[in-house]
Design a protein around this ligand. Sequence first.
Ligand code: GLA
Length: 376
Amino acid sequence: MKNILICLLAMTTLAPAFAAAKPQAQPFGKTTDGTPVEIYTLTNPKGTRLRAMTYGAIVVSLETPDRNGQSADIVLGYNTLAEYLKDTPYFGAIVGRYGNRIAHGKFSLAGKSYTLATNNSPGGMPCSLHGGLKGFDKVVWRGEPLAKPGAQGVKFTYVSKDGEEGYPGNLTLSVTYWLGEDNDWRIDYLATTDKATPVNVTQHSYFNLKGEGNGDILGHTLTFKASRITPVNAGLIPTGELRSVQGTPFDFSTPHTIGERVNATDEQMKFGGGYDHNWVLDSQNGSLALAATVHEPTTGRVMQVLTTEPGLQFYCGNFLDGKLIGKSGKPYQFRNGFCLETQHYPDSPNQPKFPSTILQPGQTLKSTTVYRFSVK
Ligand code: GLA
């Protein structure tokens, strides 16, 4: 009895409370101008491990166990910084200052017009995509390791200068990733500015719950808490309408696989080359609410997405074409990954009826998204 007590005592004193330690920064190479990049590894007692680097605040890997306890890396990406520097369709990155599209790369604010680089032209219609030529996915952030009871974290901070990529105002942005013993990957965004500016930041991870490199994502089942989308024109710019999904391939109010209707002859599907649209979430009050549930039947992995944002861009990897070779040496083919980007609606600066994306001096932008992992 005494021995058992001593044993128990030793266990409670020796086993430190989870996440007593802050994650260590490890070198992860240098950018072309010689700036060092670091990578942080967050772990939890559920066997989940997330690695994120200071370049682009990119999540380089995210390992979670399947229903048999077998771990796999469920996000697309590369093993080295050099590959990220060379060519990436925003794998794992934070995109901004304005994530998603701004029509013609133009908007006006307080009577002044602003011109951004047009770095994308779906359907031959130029727009600014994901912050422009050198968006937040292509800059080096400052990393700060964090710990709190039950979670490890890393806070990435970036100051975007007045005029950078054509946007007004010095914008100070922090993005904090937490990995908790609850198996939540929580993302907290905080931003302030000294001039009114549009801001729309999101996380651009490509998921494959079978494991990256393990084929297409068409068998994943999705359920969205959203009854409308913002339909787009051929340039993937919203028309301004909020359209009911009822009776369309966009209705995920009950579970459907991605593949079931992705090749439907639907004008919206034709414009996107598949799903590449913004869903209007039913919850619009800014509180953290369930937006999406994803289930991968062969591995049992489940991912829920919760957000304070009003929109969710679901993109099913229609531009992946096998040219990029991923972490396990396999090419990422058509629809081998999908993104669920929590956000404000595309082109909001030009859409007076959409929720505003303008951040004013003196205001603080606060936004939270959670990717929650489990198995069934
Ligand atoms: C976003 C867009 C897509 C595509 C990808 C990057 O998700 O909605 O159209 O541009 O980024 O390839």
